[in-house]
Design a protein around this ligand. Structure first.
Ligand code: ADP
Length: 425
């Protein structure tokens, strides 16, 4: 072979090697599942270096030791390699990690740092070894080892390829570990959320029965007594009724998890929703001296909704308008036709909402006023429930306000049944 042929052969080898590395890199970066990822890395490591076996060891920061997390030796059932912890001091893998550089040995018996316990436990005999650091950012997170070259000594290519593989692997492993941690944290949050909801559901359910008794007897007392005692009975009754409405809010928490499939949808004239919501809130609005103006839609304007759930969403918004307005305010319930949707609009002349809170008020338990000093009753659930219900219908709800004391406007956008053309009303 002359010089030119040799150069050509070496280029071809290099291209093959690079292609292989690109393939490996794509493969290990296409999964975020830690176990299959580790398995793929060690298989590639063994293949790429033409070795009998390969292992991935990761640094366990709590014990300060390396731990086998994947090994072709262990997967053959040859031993309990995966349980073994390798100390950093006095082991080859430890030296790779601490010194942050590769170790290449064609005969491990010449190196006293060889950690023989792993061989003893797995029944595998290590003759030769390459260990390379797995670097992620400024850290070494573990060590990738290829063991027992099948033919001849380790080559410069083996060392080079394993180094590239190890750094690719370190990124992929770190990402997978982060995803794992996120999943765990999310799961814990989910459990806590469930605990909170279960607690509220049980507590509110248990409070309902004794409260009905209080409301019942306080009503009798109020009717049967006059003078101061009558006033006291009225105060008890009013407080009990307020408590009942709070408990109702709590019971309605379950609608926060309202899924689309839990809805009992039917074609309902928008006018019916307006009539039902109006009759729910009319008395309270009147009692506070507010005027309620309703622009009643044409009976032909129909939406496909779960009637009771949608009335609940609308009532929650209307009740807020009543609540967050000083006596003698005005509430307007109207609608607007939009392409493919109808907007239900609730406007009030009340205390308004600061711009920074316009989106946050839809979060559970969020109230603009401080919890402890607020003058208005409520748990901060009404809008969160309204949003969950509207979104389950494929709709949207949002708030607008020009600021404190300049009133608020809430819009619920509901999709209209496809192909139904409505003329603006
Ligand atoms: P709650 O009414 O029980 O406090 P909501 O979830 O219904 O809970 O509302 C959250 C918060 O949004 C309210 O506490 C109030 O600060 C603000 N808010 C809602 N509606 C209005 C409104 N029409 N005008 C002014 N503020 C409002």
């Amino acid at each position: 072979m002359d010089d030119k042929d040799e150069r050509l052969a070496s280029y071809e080898r290099e291209i093959r090697r690079l292609n292989q590395l690109v393939e490996v890199s794509l493969a290990i970066n296409s999964t975020l599942d830690l176990r299959p990822l580790l398995r793929a890395i060690m298989d590639y490591a063994a293949g790429i270096a033409d070795a009998e076996s390969a292992s991935v060891m990761l640094l366990d920061r709590t014990t300060g030791q390396l731990r086998f997390v994947a090994s072709t030796t262990a997967s053959r059932g040859a031993g309990k390699l995966l349980d073994i912890h390798v100390p950093l001091e006095g082991s080859l893998a430890g030296a790779v990690l601490l010194e942050n550089r590769e170790i290449v040995l064609d005969d491990v018996s010449t190196d006293p740092r060889h950690f023989r316990q792993a061989d003893q436990q797995s029944g595998f005999v290590t003759r030769s070894l390459i260990g390379v650091p797995m670097r992620y950012r400024d850290d070494v997170i573990g060590v990738l080892e290829a063991v027992n070259k099948r033919a001849g000594p380790w080559t410069a290519d083996d060392r080079h390829n394993l180094l590239i593989l190890a750094s690719q692997a370190a990124v992929a492993i770190s990402n997978a570990q982060m995803i794992d941690q996120l999943k765990k944290a999310y799961h814990e949050l989910d459990q806590l959320d469930k605990l909170k909801n279960d607690f509220i559901a049980i507590a509110s359910h248990e409070l309902r029965t004794p409260l009905s008794v209080i409301v019942g007897y306080a009503t009798f007392l109020k009717e049967d007594t006059t003078g101061t005692a009558g006033k006291h009975a009225e105060a008890v009754l009013n407080s009990a009724l307020r408590m009942r409405s709070l408990i109702e809010d709590m019971t309605n928490l379950r609608y926060l998890k309202q899924g689309e499939t839990d809805l009992r949808r039917a074609r309902v004239p928008l006018a019916d929703l307006f009539t039902l919501a109006r009759s729910d809130v009319e008395r309270l609005a009147g009692a506070k001296g507010h005027t309620l103006r309703v622009h009643q839609p044409e009976p032909s304007l129909v939406v496909t909704v779960d009637r009771d759930r949608m009335v609940m969403a609308l009532t929650n918004v209307l009740n807020n308008a009543i609540k967050f307005m000083r006596g003698g305010g005005q509430i307007t319930l109207s609608y607007q036709l939009q392409p493919g949707a109808v907007w239900i609009v609730v406007e009030d002349t009340g205390i308004g909402i600061p711009r920074a809170q316009l989106e946050r008020i839809f979060e559970e338990f969020l109230q603009v006023e401080d919890h402890m000093t607020r003058q208005h009753g409520g748990l901060g659930l009404g809008l969160a429930i309204a949003r969950a219900l509207v979104e389950a219908h494929g709709g949207r709800i949002w708030a607008e306000s020009d600021g404190p004391d300049r009133g608020s406007r809430f819009t619920i956008s509901l999709p209209l049944p496809a192909g139904e053309d409505h003329k603006p009303g």
